[in-house]
Design a protein around this ligand. Structure first.
Ligand SMILES: *Cc1c(COP(=O)(O)O)cnc(C)c1O
Length: 392
């Protein structure tokens, strides 16, 4: 016999999805209307404008791909990369590796620029790769590497690509809404993001934006885009303004309500205020973790406020701590990935989940879990340390 599914109320402080606000969940439950209904078409236009605000761009071709962040990644690669192209791909964590996969599946050559997991992308190494491969048409990199908690210098990398006559593809899945992201000021050419990280919307949509140089490259393609669903020339006909929409696929109508609500919340708060909130909660969390004698995995200058990588102390059972947090506290934090598996925890403070309440809750729960593991530290010291940051 089948039964309805009622998930528990968790606190989501991992690498995503993050807690979705009741306002967004409320929007999701509103009546479904037709995807060509004039009211829905109007809503699509509003979503586009709100995304332009979130991305800080005037790019006409700005829309949510109807699939998760990974599809936004794929949309950028399949539209810009053609067989025989050379693409410089930066890897300093999990997601650069996926970019390489995308490039190769497009029949192009990926020139890898590798940096340590936990370090930002090195501009010098990218410049050297361009010296060696001047024919490279595209530079691809991750702005906020969720697998390690590192921020790379997107403005400088986009500028370098421009200088070398290449286009940039930028992964901003974890940046959007959490840290400064300025597509037009950076001169970024193709940018994709996700809804389930700092936008605190449900998983399953991928906002993308393409600048004029990227659009020109798409229009001048000689090979058909290998993916019918993600071919921007076709998707453009569905999302472009003017009321003459060509049916391409059925937009996930209620998901778009949710995204609209999440983007409204971001605009009401304002980008700068949202970034300041992420920064403050991060500083308080770090103060609390340091009071527990825990070390951060990333140097202070390169840390993402929305994704905090913490080194797991010697002798502590990684999986047992995370299981206890989930079971006793309904609290999800993330495990380390790849080179950092078993070595770090990833504590997300993303979007709606980036709050004083969650910082204090997570610190108290982690203290309880570590005390149970027999770690020697000043139990009860984390809360005053974090509180001092909030009170300052
Ligand atoms: C989460 C994430 C993705 C993938 O997004 P999905 O919604 O899981 O498909 C891509 N890049 C980065 C940096 C991410 O953090």
């Amino acid at each position: 016999m089948s039964r309805s599914f009622y998930p528990p109320q968790r606190t989501l402080m991992g690498p995503g999805p993050s807690d979705v606000s009741p306002r967004v969940l409320g929007a999701l439950a509103r009546p479904t209307i037709g995807h060509l209904d004039p009211l829905f078409v109007q809503l699509m236009d509003e979503v586009k404008e709100l995304l332009q605000y979130a991305f800080q761009t005037e790019n006409e071709l700005t829309l949510p791909v109807s699939a998760p962040g990974s599809a936004g990644m794929e949309a950028c690669f399949v539209n810009l990369v053609s067989p025989g192209d050379t693409v410089i791909v930066c890897q300093n964590g999990v997601f650069g590796g996926r970019m390489k996969e995308n490039v190769e599946r497009c029949g192009a050559t990926a020139i890898m620029v590798e940096d340590a997991w936990g370090a930002p992308v090195s501009l010098e190494r990218v410049a050297a790769a361009f010296d060696e491969h001047p024919q490279a048409a595209i530079l691809a990199f991750v702005h906020a590497e969720t697998s390690t908690g590192v921020r790379s210098d997107a403005a400088a990398l986009c500028a370098l690509a421009r200088e070398r006559g290449a286009l940039s593809i930028v992964d901003t899945v974890t940046s959007l809404g959490g840290i400064e992201l300025n597509v037009d000021a950076w001169g970024a050419d193709a940018v994709y993001s996700g809804t389930q990280k700092c936008l605190s919307c449900i998983p399953g949509l991928s906002p993308v934006t393409f600048g004029p140089r990227a659009v020109e490259r798409i229009r001048n393609r000689r090979h058909k885009v290998q993916s019918w669903f993600l071919d921007m020339q076709l998707v453009m006909g569905y999302w472009s303004g003017g009321g003459k929409r060509a049916y391409h696929h059925t937009a996930p109508v209620n998901d778009i309500y949710a995204l609209h609500e999440a983007l409204l919340m971001l605009r009401e708060e304002g980008l700068e205020a949202a970034h300041a909130r992420h920064r403050l909660n991060h500083e308080a969390l770090v103060a609390g973790l340091e009071a527990m004698n825990l070390d951060m995995a990333v140097a202070a200058a390169h840390r993402l406020p929305q994704l905090n990588s913490v080194l797991i102390p010697e002798g502590v059972d990684d999986a047992a701590v995370r299981a206890l947090l989930l079971r006793e506290f309904n609290l999800e934090i993330g495990a380390g990935l790849g080179a950092l598996a078993g070595k770090t925890w990833r504590i997300g403070l993303m979007g709606f989940a980036s709050s004083e309440r969650n910082v204090l809750y997570c610190l108290a729960a982690l203290e309880a879990a570590l005390a149970r593991q027999g770690v020697a530290f000043d139990v009860g010291g984390a809360i005053p340390a974090a509180t001092a940051v909030f009170a300052a």
